[in-house]
Design a protein around this ligand. Structure first.
Ligand code: ADP
Length: 460
């Protein structure tokens, strides 16, 4: 905008000239002229400012038309203000985006000032630490997280830690933590900005539990394999060092065969479990003839009962009833056979000779298929029931081993049930007997189709 205010220039020049003359000549008139010109100039400036302000209020800035010095000043101010407010708006929008991204983070995010006062936190952090926005923003974090581990972590905020790229770390407990329901958090403190701190909290409960399970599993497998191996090595040494009769030798060889068999069963069960855990669930269009599955389970049960009693005939009172009609089950024949025969084998192994074992299958009016194994064996105390399907969990370790158990049978049953959308129900009374039942959903059961359409599946 051009600077074209002649009156303005004239008045100012006049005042300056008057002032100069007055100063040089000592004339009072000149001083009066300066004063008058200054007053007029002041009034004129006031009028100009008033006019510009009125226009600014009405937002009627002349396009390309000069408004004088003050008008231009106002316009420039106005432009600068508009620019600043646009910048502020865009910064706000960016901040909102950033917060939305942090809100979406699966990790807890807390922004702390240099003294540890909470400036902001996301929803995940609110859940993990039990925070409420109105109540806790501005609070000192140490008032809300009262664990010694946190206090230690906070103490480590040395200037060196502030510089370094490495975060400070600690393990904390979530607000919902209790001994029966652990909530473990990995907390990381990162320095940022002007002495501020970013606290990242990740829920590592599942990860740590999986790690503990893996450690237990390796320890259990090693233990299970070491025992028969030690026994085998002992017998080998005996055979090598002692001169034994033929009968004694045969006795030791029998014992060695038993230990080798035990290891074989263990390895077989471990492989079954790892296959079940590592492979996709069986396809829904694979159908298994249930009656032949049942018959196979029945034949094996009779053989096992005789074997356990070292007899030619079964030593238990066995009853089998399959009231399902000709039906097919969706799933894998091998897996289903493994689950059903594990339940039957357990019933026989935990029921003394002379006890009763009843294996029954029914198709209910609702369409579900129930396969139940009922025994009059040792039974199980209630506190063990929820843990029976854990790998290597045994109520009676020695009985399990004596009868060739691996501690993996019910873990296999549970996996097969999950993969076939079936439910495993267990009820038992200590000293009286148990009932293990697999319930297959109606969608997985159908009337037997013509033989040609049944995909042939072999049972091991
Ligand atoms: P195991 O190879 O030791 O039998 P399982 O996983 O099959 O392992 O079973 C876990 C534990 O559950 C067994 O050690 C046993 O204590 C208990 N159990 C399983 N079935 C029965 C049953 N029918 N009667 C009594 N106890 C049983």
């Amino acid at each position: 905008m051009a600077f074209n205010t002649p009156l303005w220039t004239w008045l100012l020049s006049l005042a300056a000239l008057g002032g100069l003359v007055g100063w040089l000549g000592g004339s009072e008139l000149a001083w009066i002229a300066v004063a008058v010109c200054s007053v007029i100039w002041g009034a004129w400036l006031r009028w100009q400012l008033g006019r510009s302000l009125a226009q600014a209020r009405a937002a009627q800035w002349a396009n390309g038309r000069s408004l004088g010095l003050s008008g231009e000043l106002f316009e420039r101010f106005h432009k600068a203000l508009r620019h600043e407010s646009a910048r502020a708006e865009s910064a706000h929008a960016q901040l909102d985006d950033l917060r939305a991204a942090l809100q979406a983070s699966p990790n807890g995010v807390l922004l702390l000032d240099a003294r540890g006062q909470i400036e902001w936190f996301n929803q995940t952090a609110a859940g993990l630490f039990g925070l409420e926005r109105e109540r806790d923003e501005g609070q000192w974090i140490g008032n809300l997280v009262r664990e010694p581990a946190w206090a230690q972590l906070w103490q480590q905020r040395t200037p060196a830690a502030q510089q370094g790229p490495q975060a400070l770390q600690a393990q904390l407990h979530g607000r919902a933590h209790s001994p029966g329901h652990p909530v473990l958090l990995k907390a990381q403190l990162h320095a940022y900005g002007d002495g501020r701190w970013l606290l990242l909290a990740t829920d590592v409960t599942a990860q740590q539990q999986a790690e503990a399970m893996r450690r237990d599993f390796v320890a259990n497998v090693s233990h299970e394999i070491r025992t028969p191996l030690t026994v085998l090595a002992g017998f080998v040494e005996t055979l090598q060092t002692l001169s034994l009769s033929e009968t004694e030798k045969n006795h030791y060889l029998d014992l060695m065969a038993q230990q080798a068999q035990r290891m074989q069963t263990l390895v077989h069960d471990l492989l079954t479990l790892s296959r079940l855990e590592g492979s996709p669930a069986p396809a829904l269009d694979q159908w298994v003839d249930f009656k032949s599955l049942f018959r196979q389970v029945q034949t094996d049960a009779q053989a096992l009962s005789a074997l356990l009693g070292h007899a030619a005939q079964p030593v238990h009172h066995l009853a089998f009833s399959c009231d399902t009609g000709d039906v097919e089950l969706a799933g894998s024949a091998t897996e289903l056979f493994s689950a059903l025969s594990n339940l039957v084998s357990n019933a026989l192994r935990y029921t003394a000779a002379g006890g009763h074992v009843h294996v029954q299958a029914q198709r209910k009016a609702s369409g579900v298929l129930e396969f139940a194994v009922i025994d009059t064996g040792v039974g199980i105390a209630p506190e063990h029931i929820s843990r029976l399907t854990e790998r290597f969990y045994r109520v009676d370790r020695s009985r399990s081993r004596e009868t060739g158990g691996t501690g993996l049978g019910l873990a296999i049953v549970k996996h097969v049930a999950q993969r076939h959308a079936a439910r495993l129900d267990i009820s038992s009374v200590l000293g009286q007997g148990s009932r293990f039942e697999l319930v297959f959903a109606a969608q997985r059961v159908r009337d037997a189709q013509s033989l040609a359409s049944i995909a042939p599946q072999t049972i091991p």
